[in-house]
Structures are given as structure tokens and as C-alpha cells.
Design a protein around this ligand. Structure first.
Ligand code: CU
Length: 68
């Protein structure tokens, strides 16, 4: 297991938090995702043999947010 922090832009409320966390947790290999709305940081715990940061970026962007 590995931990990574994503920088996500455009999250403003609890709904954004749920959308982003849900999208990431829906990826196979992601075991935890936690959004900090104040900083825009998302802490992701994942299995690097199953999921890449490119996969994470994609699903977050699909929800309408930008990943720095
Ligand atoms: Cu929102």
C-alpha cells in the first residue's frame, strides 16, 4: 500500500468532497480517499500494482475537477 496526496481544484462543498472521494474509492486498488476541502488536498491510499495516478486523475476530472 502506498499513500499519495492529490491537489484538486474546484472543490467547494460537502457534495464535491463526496463526489471526489466516491470516484476514487470506486477505482480498483484504492482503499481510502480523504478530501480536505480547505486545502484542496486529497489523501489517497492505494495499491500501486492495481491503480496508477493517471487513473486517479482521470476519474477526478470526470467529476468536473482539475488535478494539479
Ligand atoms: Cu460542491
Amino acid at each position: 500500500m502506498q499513500t499519495k496526496t492529490l491537489d484538486v481544484r474546484g472543490m467547494t462543498c460537502g457534495h464535491c468532497k463526496i463526489s471526489v472521494e466516491g470516484a476514487l474509492k470506486g477505482l480498483e486498488g484504492v482503499s481510502a480517499a480523504e478530501v480536505d476541502l480547505n486545502s484542496g488536498k486529497v489523501k489517497v491510499t492505494y495499491d500501486e500494482s492495481k491503480v496508477s495516478s493517471e487513473n486517479m486523475k482521470e476519474v477526478v476530472e470526470e467529476q468536473g475537477y482539475d488535478v494539479a
